[in-house]
Design a protein around this ligand. Structure first.
Ligand code: PLP
Length: 376
């Protein structure tokens, strides 16, 4: 099938690079190839591109440039945040939720020789139980709390302000995995003063893969994560991915310039798609919180059918790309840990549709027609 005829509705897994982003990166594959740590002209030119990018990202998020640390993406930022805080700040308890991304959950598990690991309760829609969170924080002052801003599978949005109040009250350190929201929602890190660390990943907002950043609030005083050179103010050694950093910065600038238009358009697509799906499959179930939800994600359990086990595969054969769970779990055929945690692992075929501003109404109409013909 010609790629032009394929339909991509898996934007929470990754997004398409925009042409302006590719253009911004090209000089760093061609002329500007120096090592940013070199002191000669070639190095200084490369270093300057990184520092300009850092400044631009910091301005967009209302932070200071030296609070932005470039990484290889969301997974590394999450590993870095949890491990550095626990190892540097004499943290005794790590509190997280059972529906976090594996990069948080597995890092948390790997730290249990030095911290107690506690999970806050979530309800059947995946919403954090704030009473339980308060109990946990009250009984374990000076904990590290790590929660995601938006869940990548079901789209639930965290009330960061509410969590921040508790963080302040019980003197906790707060890490937010914002991989699904940076570039999709305005972030003002001056206002979010109780968020101490925040992870972001470029390929979720039409930037290149393998690059992201970790915001670390000034004054945290952390020990290095990756040892080696003095890059990233000695916290994350390794020669920087300059083309990636420049491309990510361009993608973030474009995302924030056009944020409201993109958001309104995608919200409209999701609403119409959801309503049309509901007409076609009246017994479908939407997984996750319906009110406080990422505007680009819709997680649906369809009625059981003979092709249940092969629904996303059958869509793929018909040129429609979706995810049957989170991208990281897809292909492994494992039941999603998120659906399991909210008691929605009942064997119904479940699909995560995730939209971008590049999707069209026609694509979604075709998708519904294909779904109808597959599940006649
Ligand atoms: N955190 C969340 C919420 C994600 O959705 C993802 C990727 O899907 C990650 C972390 C990992 O990001 P990356 O792919 O940049 O390693």
């Amino acid at each position: 099938m010609d790629i032009k005829n394929r339909i991509y509705i898996d934007n929470a897994a990754s997004t398409q690079l925009l042409p302006e982003v590719v253009d911004s990166m090209l000089p760093f594959f061609n002329s500007t190839f120096g090592n940013p740590s070199s002191t000669h002209f070639f190095g200084r030119e490369a270093k300057s591109a990184i520092e300009i990018s850092r400044k631009k990202i910091a301005t967009l998020l209302n932070s200071a440039p030296n609070e932005i640390y470039f990484t290889s993406g969301g997974t590394e930022s999450n590993n870095m945040a949890l491990r550095m805080v626990v190892e540097s700040l004499n943290i005794k308890t790590l509190i997280t939720s059972p529906i976090e991304h594996h990069s948080v959950l597995q890092t948390a598990e790997s730290l249990t020789d030095i911290v107690d690991l506690l999970f806050v309760k979530v309800d059947e829609n995946g919403t954090i139980d704030f009473n339980d969170l308060e109990e946990l924080l009250k009984n374990n002052p000076k904990s590290l709390l790590s929660l995601m801003h938006a869940n990548n599978e079901i789209g639930n949005l965290l009330d960061i302000d509410k969590a921040s109040e508790l963080v302040e009250k019980y003197n906790a350190v707060f890490h937010v995995d914002a991989v699904q929201t940076v570039g999709h929602y305005k972030v003002d890190l001056q206002k979010l003063k109780n968020v101490h660390l925040m992870s972001a990943s470029s390929h979720k907002f039409h930037g290149p893969k393998g690059v992201g950043f970790l915001f670390i609030r000034k004054g945290l005083n952390l020990k290095s994560f990756i040892k080696g050179g003095a890059q990233e103010r000695k916290l994350r050694a390794g020669t920087e991915n300059i083309s990636g950093i420049v491309g990510m910065t361009k993608a973030l600038e474009l995302a924030y310039k056009d944020l409201n238009n993109r958001k309104t358009y995608i919200e409209g697509l999701k609403k119409q798609f959801s309503s049309n799906l509901n007409d076609a499959f009246p017994t479908l179930r939407i997984n996750g919180e319906k009110g406080q939800s990422l505007y680009s994600v819709l997680n649906i359990s369809f009625p059981k059918h003979q092709i249940s086990d092969m629904l996303s595969f059958s869509l793929d054969v018909n040129g429609i790309a979706v995810s049957s769970g989170s991208a990281c779990a897809s292909g492994s055929n494992e039941v999603s840990h998120v659906l399991k945690a909210i008691g929605k692992n009942d064997g119904r075929p479940t699909v995560r549709f995730s939209f971008s501003f590049l999707n069209t109404q026609d694509e979604l109409t075709t998708t519904i027609n294909v779904l109808k013909s597959l599940m006649k």
